[in-house]
Design a protein around this ligand. Sequence first.
Ligand SMILES: C[S@@+](CC[C@H](N)C(=O)[O-])C[C@H]1O[C@@H](n2cnc3c(N)ncnc32)[C@H](O)[C@@H]1O
Length: 250
Amino acid sequence: MTEMTGDPFYDDHLLSEIYDAWHPRAVRDDFDFYLPLIMQANAVLDIGCGTGTLLNEARQYGHRGELCGLDPGQGVLARARAFEGITFVLGTLPQPGLDARFDLAVMTGHAFQAILADDDVDQFLSTVRQCLVPGGAFAFETRNPLARPWETWTPDLPAVVRLDDNSRVTITTTVTSGFDGRTVSFRHDFAGDHPGLPLTSESTLRFHDAETLAKRLEESGFSLEARYGDFQSRPFTAKSPEIITIARRR
Ligand SMILES: C[S@@+](CC[C@H](N)C(=O)[O-])C[C@H]1O[C@@H](n2cnc3c(N)ncnc32)[C@H](O)[C@@H]1O
């Protein structure tokens, strides 16, 4: 069965604020990739929408159709719900009422990698398909394991961010279980002068190789329409940082 609960990181309200400070628009080249797709689609579902910033940007740019964000994280959803004119649903798929009406589903910020087991991935893809109109598209990305991104997830490369109240947060990442051909587990430690700190979060991410992922999509009723290796839409190669897929519902 698809994992119904997400990562506890995204339930916490302070960590959700830290997430936004850590991923400001200036570093979100993925938004530049997904926004044109969203603007061309009438009804859009953002699965694992987090704090809702992508859909909000689409609305600010003048998207007039249905925009719906779905996320199991209570902390991020609370932030998202501050944006007006967008429906935000707490939960994941399958979700009653989200059947067969979206022209486009997106899944950004590597949220797809939160689904770990093979059976859960297959069931998830089937339920995404059921949310789409015939001919609708699913656009998402997953990090390329051949690029071994976890090798940079080390405590000697901390991130430092400032929150709205000007408190300073240092984030260190430690891999707790290395790549075993499928998953990597890691811990984030958050320290700083905010009274809610220190905090720690533990996460596991699933990695997919491009060909097996394409096969899974085909078997789940999608046709692979396009595959890119980065958010500048360069072709996918073994060295690409990302496997970005646009799959169309058959
Ligand atoms: C790294 S964040 C990305 C958030 C947002 N899409 C972005 O690009 O900033 C991953 C998100 O995936 C959500 N998530 C985890 N498991 C999920 C699932 N099974 N279904 C939907 N969302 C999930 C988390 O709650 C979290 O908000």
